[in-house]
Design a protein around this ligand. Structure first.
Ligand code: THU
Length: 163
């Protein structure tokens, strides 16, 4: 007999970033600042991201487009790749993503896949905060909330690090 199932995801909405703790407010502010430096001449859609690491340092990023469209990269991946390349052994605690406008930005599938891998590598959840220009915030406690049925390496081989 076919068996239908469903999955529930959890997130929290805040009317204003002011309802959040100061440490995350400053990460959100960094994401917003970085949006100004986005290179987005093709979409004109500027996105900023910021990553809070376990030692309290914050690494920013923004979307970088290219005339060969697929060669560009989203803000989240620019930020998280920069963080991991400079601080490979520090845990990623929180990621914030900002874009102008009323809608809350929602990371693309490739960014979810990339962020999830760091969560699995460190064995600790990464909090994700989405923020718009009206200062409205949506918080996810884990990237896994956003990517159920993610591709896992052991789908075809072994766990990471296994021979
Ligand atoms: N973009 C991001 O930087 N982050 C997202 O979460 C979604 C989309 C960028 C990619 C591209 O430069 C522009 O927004 C329009 O898609």
């Amino acid at each position: 007999m076919p068996k239908e199932s469903s999955i529930q995801i959890t997130y929290t909405d805040f009317d204003s970033a002011k309802e959040l703790a100061y440490d995350i407010q400053s990460v959100l502010a960094t994401a917003k600042e970085y949006a100004n430096n986005a290179y987005a001449p093709y979409s004109n859609f500027k996105v900023g991201a910021a990553v809070l690491l376990s030692d309290g340092s914050v690494v920013g990023g923004n979307n970088q487009e290219n005339r060969a469209f697929p060669s560009g990269l989203c803000a989240e991946r620019v930020a998280v790749f920069a963080a991991s390349s400079s601080h490979p052994n520090k845990e990623i605690k929180k990621v914030a993503v900002y874009s102008d406008g009323n809608d809350l930005i929602s990371p693309c599938g490739s960014c979810r896949q990339a962020l999830l891998e760091y969560e699995e590598k460190q064995g600790q959840s990464i909090e994700l905060y989405l923020i718009n220009s009206g200062n409205r915030v949506r918080k996810f406690n884990s990237i896994s909330e956003l990517l159920p049925f993610a591709f896992k390496f052991n789908n075809f081989k072994g766990e990471i690090g296994e021979e």
